[in-house]
Design a protein. Sequence first.
Length: 369
Amino acid sequence: MAGIDIEGLATVYPNGVRAVDGLDLHVVDGEFFALLGPSGCGKTTLLRTIAGLEHATEGTVRIDAADVTRAEPGKRGVAMVFQDYALFPHMNVSENITYPLKVRRVALSTRTATAERTAAELSLQGLLERKPGQLSGGQQQRVALARAIASEGKVLLLDEPLSNLDARLRLEARTFLKKLQRDLGITTVFVTHDQAEALALADRIAVMESGKLRQLGSPREVFARPANTFVANFIGSTPMNLLPGTVASTTSADELGVVLVAGGSLPATAYSAPSGAEVTVGVRPEYLTLATGDVSGPSLRGEVVVAENLGTQSLVSVDCDGTLIGVTVPEEAEPEPGTRVVISASASRVLLYDRESGDLLARQPATVG
Ligand code: ADP
Ligand code: MG
């Protein structure tokens, strides 16, 4: 059982930067856990603080229930893969993989066996005698992973493990990494700035901004119900529409409300916002429907500006009273620019955020379940 418990953690650099700023997190044993956020939000610092490579200024880190906040990196039972892999150029693959074991004075015969077994697990057979300079980027990345796995830590920490690979290889490596983590069942925390990667790989995602946690949830939760407009903006290949709106009617809990936005209105499940409240309305382009005829119920009217090809879908930008709203449509269903269209949505997909704080407004209690 090797969960990670982080309580009130802050890491402040000597120059005063609070790179991690009061964080509480619990990573469950065996979980594949993503730290996601824009560059500079403190992901690497958090990972290095868990590993003991940075000093926690406040708070505690527990691994496998043991308080390791002040423990040496080597005593924490963690294995880390650095963003640049940090392979030793003068050592061959076998020596690189078993270096942590050599430091621990494990016998050569055991090291050789470990190198062969780990190399097989990571599809590196036949490369054990090569130097890192004679390997492709993907192979180097797997050697770095192999070295971390061979050290038999309780916890695996990966800093942007796929970001140095080219786009095509990254997808392959992503699948490989997910399967490997599942097979090993080792508690893994990986850092990424790529929301698609976090959604694809993680059991749960912690979204960070400026050293703080903005949302913790499953990929589905952070995609479908971002807790605030920061997460709403950050998650999704096509950006979520975030529109100024005014609540027009809130009715009893199980009935629908209506929110006015540029070009008309959208339905919304009753929220804890009174009639007349100024809100930010969030709705993903994928959850909007485009029609050219009449639509019953709340809808928006506008004119098609452009359509962008996304492969099997197109993102259509519609001008609604001067506000551009994105709607995705199936391929070959794009209306021509200039077409008058009607946009509608299901109430369950329309999210209301507090205009000031950007926080998601909770549905009224009676609608829960
Ligand atoms: P991320 O990995 O999310 O890009 P980092 O953890 O590397 O973010 O950095 C978080 C913040 O801490 C940034 O503002 C960065 O400039 C600052 N920072 C990182 N390393 C140091 C350091 N060694 N000394 C001072 N500030 C640092
Ligand atoms: Mg980083």
